[in-house]
Structures are given as C-alpha cells and as structure tokens.
Design a protein around this ligand. Structure first.
Ligand code: HSE
Length: 415
C-alpha cells in the first residue's frame, strides 16, 4: 500500500480524491500498487465529506509521516504551496501538481531540489488540464528540435470567445458562466488578462528549450478589449480570434514568446478548438505538426492528469523521471519590440476616405477588410509583417493624421 497525501480540497483536489477512490482497481493494475489517500490538507471544514476522517489542517502531519511517499499539491498559488512543496521534496517525498503558477515561477528551483533528493516533481496537469502534453514533449517528441509551440491554453477565455463568436453573448455573461462551471481561476483576472496562459507557455517553453522562461520575460495581453466588431472583421478576413500562447525558435536562436489574442485562419487546426477545450500545436523538425486537443480545465480532466502523475511516481519510487530544466536569465528571449508579424487594425476617423488613403500610404502592404453593420466612420485593414517597434511608430503617425486606432491584433501567419 502506498500512502498519498492531497494538499488542497478545491475543485481539482476533491477530483483527485474521487478519482483515486473510484478507480482503485484500475490504478492497482497500472501501478502494481494499492494507493490510499491518508491525508487531505485544507484549512476549511468538510464535515459531510465521506473522507472526513482524512482531513487535517496541519501540514506537519504529512511532512512527518514517513509512510507518505507521494504528495499531490493542488492548492494553487505560490504561498504556501511553494514552502510545502519544497519541504516535501527535501523530506524525500515526490510531489505532483496542477499548480501552473508555482511551476512557472519556481519550477527550476523545485526541479533542482527534486533532483538533489532523488525524488520526482511532476506537473502534467499544469498545462492543458486532462490533455497529455508534458510527457509527450519530454518523452515522445524528445528526438525533435521543437521549432514552435502554439496553443489555446486557457479554457475560460476560449469559452468566453466562443460564446461571443457563436452566440453574440457579452463578455461579462460568458465569464460568469465559465466561473459557475468551475473553469475560471479564483481571481478571473488571471484568465482574462492572459496570466494563466502565460504561465502555461512558460512551462512548455522551459521544457522545450531547457532554460526557465519566467512570466516576466513574456509579453502578455488578455482578451478584455475584445469586441464583437473585431470578431466580425476576423470572420470577414477568413478566420477567428483566439487567445494564443506561442513560442517560436527564430533563426538567430532567440525565442519569440508571447501571449495575446491572434487572428488565425479558419483552416488552422486551432481555429475549431471551441468552448473549454484547449488545443496545442507542437511543430517538431522531424515530426512536423502534432496537435493535442482536449478539455483544458475542469475537475475530473485535471484530476485525471494529477492522478496519472501519482501513478508514475509510485512506479518510480526509487528512481527519477527525467523532467528537468535549468534556471534562466531571459537572455534566450527576443525583446518583444524586435519581433515581427502582420497585424489587423480597426480605426475610426471623421473623414474615412482620407484616413484610409493615409493608412495605405503608411502601410504599403495593407488590405482593407469590411463587415456588415460597420459604423459610418469605421474602417479596418490588415498589414504585411512589421517589427513591433515599427508598428507602434506607424500607428502613431496614423493617429497624428486624425485617426483613432481602436484595435490592433496580431495575425498568426503560420498556424
Ligand atoms: N482557469 C484555467 C483555464 C483552469 O480556464 O484554463 C485550467 O488551468
């Protein structure tokens, strides 16, 4: 019997206990060991839980119990999850987690501590919920040089965008629905401002390129400014707006890494990824494109990935899985203003004809796009590829000519 502790009894934590208890026989067959949840750590009371006898509020009960070999940290947030994880690893316990914030901010340090103590720190559930992505990248695609990873990494924002696109639902109503369904973070700003997707692309980039990419190195923009007008122009251009986390290895060896809304063509494999689903495209030099698709959030999909990591730890109690990256200083990341890509612009001007002429002069590659029910003074266009610094200068010149730019969205030309 292998004793396990689960720290946190929220949406994911309660799912982890449920999956372990309901799948005991299958887990036993797959891990050749019987699992038992000995402790559940939470500061709240759960008197009606069928597992009421397992609850503790005292982390030391877990830390000091040598029978506990594997700990699932599903508390979320950095503190106290960081201190608890570190203490468990130092005490020779393997830790598995769905906590993307902790992996994205402290991953290199915790992986090093795990290595030094010959235990495992696994985090399959931290990216893509129930979708296998950490293991495929670190094992199945290990023979490839990863050229690019691009994904819809946040279920809540994808749900909101899908509701806006398909049902013309307001941003606020769609967010409320996502919260009720248990998809959103405790603080929904982490979803809608892009921070959650940023943490996930940081984890994938660190895994692919071997150096820790911290969230502060990554240009991050959410979907709060997205309007139904932009959604309509995207459709008339031949695509959809999605919040994409992307990392690309450039010819100079640097990484173009970003999280932002992007226009992607309808033919892209990511364009059909709707609702709470996530889709992650990994472009390998040998494999070409490989796409992973599934439920990126929610209780049981995420719990499934956490429990799979527990099983993996149980199968490797005396040896380490090789999931590792070194610390990083950001020198691998290309400064955002030096990256280049085409853009979509929506603008307004009193004299729309003169403004469109000015836009054509400033953006020689531009193509006008139209939509039904556009405002009298509104116009929109897409440009050729430009450096971000040049985009900003040219937009400033357009605004100096009396044009108000209301939206600027990146076009993902290669997805
Ligand atoms: N809030 C996250 C999402 C949960 O919506 O994708 C899963 O990480």
């Amino acid at each position: 019997m292998v004793q396990v502790a689960v720290m946190g009894h929220g949406v994911v934590g309660s799912g982890v206990v449920e999956v372990i208890m309901n799948h005991r026989d299958g887990i036993m067959k797959r891990s050749d060991a019987e699992l038992n949840v000995k402790y559940i750590l939470d500061i709240r009371e759960f008197p009606d839980s069928p597992y009421a006898d397992k609850f503790t509020k005292n982390f030391d009960d877990i830390l000091n119990d040598d029978e506990v070999k594997v700990v699932a940290e599903v508390m979320g947030g950095v503190h106290p999850a960081y201190d608890f994880t570190k203490a468990c690893l130092l005490a020779g316990k393997s830790v598995v987690t769905s906590n993307k914030e902790l992996v994205a901010t402290k991953g290199a340090e915790l992986l090093q501590i795990a290595k030094d103590n010959n235990v495992n720190y696994l985090f399959e559930a931290s990216v893509g919920g129930g979708i296998p992505i950490i293991r495929p990248i670190s094992l199945c695609l290990a023979a490839n040089e990863v050229i690019e990873v691009a994904g819809i990494l946040n279920g809540t924002t994808n749900f909101i965008l899908a509701k806006m696109i398909k049902d013309s639902m307001s941003f606020e109503d769609a967010l409320k629905m996502a919260q009720q369904l248990g998809y959103a973070e405790r603080n929904p700003a982490a979803d809608v401002e892009g921070h959650d997707a940023c943490r996930k692309i940081c984890i994938l980039a660190s895994l692919c390129y071997g150096k820790h990419i911290y969230p502060e190195f990554v240009h991050t923009q959410g979907i709060t400014k997205m309007t139904l007008a932009d959604v309509a122009y995207a459709a008339s251009w031949g695509g959809v707006v999605k919040l994409i986390g992307q990392v690309k290895k450039l010819d100079d060896g640097k990484l173009d890494i970003t999280v932002e809304p992007m226009l992607i063509e309808k033919s892209s494999q990511l364009a059909g990824v709707d609702d709470v689903f996530n889709g992650i495209l990994v472009r390998g030099d040998s494999t070409g494109d490989v796409v992973f698709y599934g439920k990126g959030a929610g209780k049981l999909p995420t719990a499934s990935a956490v429990v799979a990591d527990i099983i993996d730890c149980v199968k490797h109690l005396k040896e380490r899985k090789f999931v590792f990256w070194e610390d990083g200083d950001g020198s691998l990341v290309k400064p955002y203003e030096k990256t280049e890509y085409p853009i979509y612009i929506r603008a307004e001007a009193e004299d729309k004809k003169a403004a469109a002429e000015k836009a054509a002069e400033l953006f020689p590659d531009m193509k006008v796009i139209v939509r039904a029910d556009a405002g009298e003074n509104e116009f929109a266009f897409v440009t050729g590829s430009m450096k971000v610094a040049d985009q900003e200068k040219t937009i400033a010149a357009l605004e100096a000519a009396g044009v108000t730019v209301q939206s600027k969205i990146r076009i993902a030309a290669d997805l």
